[in-house]
Design a protein around this ligand. Structure first.
Ligand code: ATP
Length: 229
């Protein structure tokens, strides 16, 4: 088992210790984002080349097979605040790893699923959170491709936040007079003032055509709202 230590990382307020198992594209991107936000990230993968390549970027990285119960126990993962099982293709490895982490008592176990049935098994064995990155990203990109929105972030099955263009009919009016929430059942959350920065939306915020804004709401009213021009 190869062990690599990376230089200490600055801790942010509420920094947590997270173990990311499976450093493929999803696991690596997630691990690097956590480090960027000041968290302590312990990365594990069976592939020594991947482990070497992340040695200076993550807080700590180890080459190990997390389906091996003894190896997992030796790694002392029980004290981690959360664990992310980012193994997708090898469903058996994903399930065994998730189950070992749950047995160890890791407080929050997140697991990536590559299919609905994979996700269902992860839920049945007790994973606290199951994510479907391909499915979720597919939904998100579909809305960009169709031109309905510039970005689309599903919060849950029926609640979404999106980035869209201010319709021409809203030009020069403020949110209070437009009565967006009562007329359309959606909420304008933030508005881009043209300098690339978003600021929170207030009743007196005036909208201009061509400006972008962030709107939140349930899927159906939000879809109707996106068709305004
Ligand atoms: P991605 O789409 O994120 O690239 P993927 O869905 O193709 O990943 P896999 O290829 O199964 O998922 O796994 C991602 C990573 O998990 C790989 O780097 C692989 O080496 C690692 N991995 C697979 N099995 C294990 C295991 N038993 N223990 C530790 N790491 C593992």
């Amino acid at each position: 088992m190869a062990k690599k230590e990376a230089p200490g990382r600055k801790r942010a307020f509420h920094a947590s210790n997270v173990v990311v198992i499976g450093l493929g594209r999803f696991g690596t991107s997630l691990a690097l984002e956590l480090v960027k936000n000041g968290h302590q990230v312990f990365g594990i993968d069976t592939d020594d080349r991947i482990v070497q390549s992340l040695a200076s970027s993550l807080t700590h990285v180890v080459t190990a097979d997390t389906t091996d119960e003894e190896a997992v126990r030796e790694l002392g993962l029980a004290d981690m605040d959360s664990a992310v099982v980012a193994i997708g293709a090898d469903i058996e490895a994903s399930i065994l790893t998730t189950s070992l982490l749950l047995q160890l008592g890791v407080k929050q176990v997140w697991a990536k699923a590559n299919s609905k049935s994979h996700g269902r098994i992860l839920e049945q064995i007790g994973a606290h959170h199951v994510v479907f990155p391909e499915y979720e990203m597919g939904r998100r990109v579909a809305h960009q491709v169709s031109g309905e929105s510039l970005d689309y972030v599903p919060i849950d099955e029926d609640f979404v936040m999106l980035k869209g263009m201010v319709p021409e009919s809203f030009d020069g009016k403020n949110l209070a007079e437009l009565k967006i929430r009562s007329r359309f059942g959606v909420t304008v959350v933030a508005v881009n003032q043209g300098d690339g920065k978003y600021t929170p939306a207030f009743p007196e915020t005036v909208l201009s055509k061509g400006q972008t804004f962030v709107v939140a709401g349930q899927v159906e009213p939000l879809n109707k709202f996106c068709q305004l021009d």
